[in-house]
Design a protein around this ligand. Structure first.
Ligand code: ADP
Length: 328
């Protein structure tokens, strides 16, 4: 590791990453390589806070890694590893558990949302998830965390935990700051008042491996409205389609369709066709690269990433344990 500041971020292997993940976080992961010491993790211990089948989880781990490599995460520039291969994450989580007020965790909106969605499985891990996330970040003394808007409250909690530790035991952790890009909250296609998420079903999101015809079908089905009303009062669904044109760098189409929208001449079918073509242009090379990466390649890359992460994690946890007094 050199003089550059460290940056950490993670993604849950809960399915095939979607364009919300890509635009909100993963695209930045790629762009920030080289400027920071980037450490990226596939956070499988976070994934099991929701009941998930073993084979499904295994498949998702490989698919998530395959996608990260296909969008441009370069294992020569960044550390890429599977969270559970570094037990220091859960070790530090326990130390942080003993510093984190229950009242802070009770405020977390993501816990409240997920608890509503998974009433049959409101487990202690789901409640504790933000503390494990704090451990993920602080174990590497990361100063920056590229995330979507939904994670900002968790980063704030990470800072609270770091401060509590530093106040009690002396300076140990940097205060991490979020890096939020322009696409901080991509909305769901079938329910545009909610964020795009795998939880809202297949037609909510476009996965990065959806074939071109599926992308077209999903965009065509996206919720819009019966026609332009007031340009300042655009419906959430139409706004999301316009935003997506910008996020996928098709500004000229954005201008053209916006003019038509303001004049009341827009045809949503044409806007949707243009958007589907635009998305497919970005996804084409990702799909091709993904089909050329084998499970063996992935295993080697994740193992080599774990070896690098382990060195940093072990040195840090030893220091932390010395400070806390949990050693002989
Ligand atoms: P998910 O919410 O789909 O299960 P993760 O929790 O693994 O995905 O999130 C991975 C990254 O993607 C996080 O930084 C998160 O903030 C970001 N992200 C997830 N959904 C969206 C979205 N709809 N818009 C923008 N960013 C998102």
């Amino acid at each position: 590791m050199n003089e550059k500041p460290t940056l950490f971020s993670g993604i849950k292997p809960t399915g095939i990453p979607h364009i919300g993940n890509y635009l909100g976080a993963l695209k930045q992961w790629v762009d920030l390589q080289g400027k920071y010491n980037c450490i990226y993790s596939i956070v499988d211990y976070h994934a099991i806070t929701i009941a998930i089948d073993k084979d499904e989880l295994q498949k998702n781990i490989y698919t998530t890694a395959r996608i990260l490599l296909s969008i441009g995460i370069n294992p020569d520039k960044s550390i890429l590893f599977l969270q559970s291969t570094i037990p220091e994450h859960t070790e530090l989580c326990w130390i942080f558990n003993c510093l984190t007020p229950m009242s802070e965790l009770q405020r977390m909106t993501q816990f409240k949302d997920k608890a509503k969605q998974h009433r049959q499985n409101i487990n202690a891990g789901l409640f504790d998830y933000p503390v494990l996330m704090a451990a993920d970040i602080l174990l590497y003394n990361a100063e920056f965390v590229p995330v979507g808007e939904d994670q900002l409250q968790h980063i704030e909690l990470t800072r609270i935990i770091a401060k509590k530790f530093n106040n009690r035991y002396g300076e140990m952790f940097a205060m991490p700051k979020p890096i939020v890009g322009p696409a901080k909250r991509v909305m769901s296609l079938n329910n545009p008042t909610k964020k795009m998420s795998k939880d809202l079903g297949e037609s909510s999101y476009i996965s990065l491996l959806d074939p071109p015809e599926v992308v077209e079908k999903k965009v065509k089905k996206a919720v819009t409205d019966t026609g332009p009303t007031d340009a300042n009062n655009m419906s959430a669904g139409v706004k999301n389609l316009f935003d997506l044109l910008v996020y996928f760098d098709n500004n000229s189409a954005y201008q053209r369709f916006m003019q038509q929208y303001q004049q009341g001449t827009i045809k949503y079918s044409e806007l949707k066709q243009e958007l589907a073509n635009t998305i497919n242009k970005t996804l084409d090379p990702i799909r091709t690269k993904a089909s050329n990466i084998t499970d063996d390649d992935i295993k080697k890359i994740l193992q080599s990433g774990a070896n690098k992460a382990r060195q940093i994690a072990q040195a840090k946890i030893n220091k932390i344990k010395q400070t806390v007094g949990t050693f002989i």
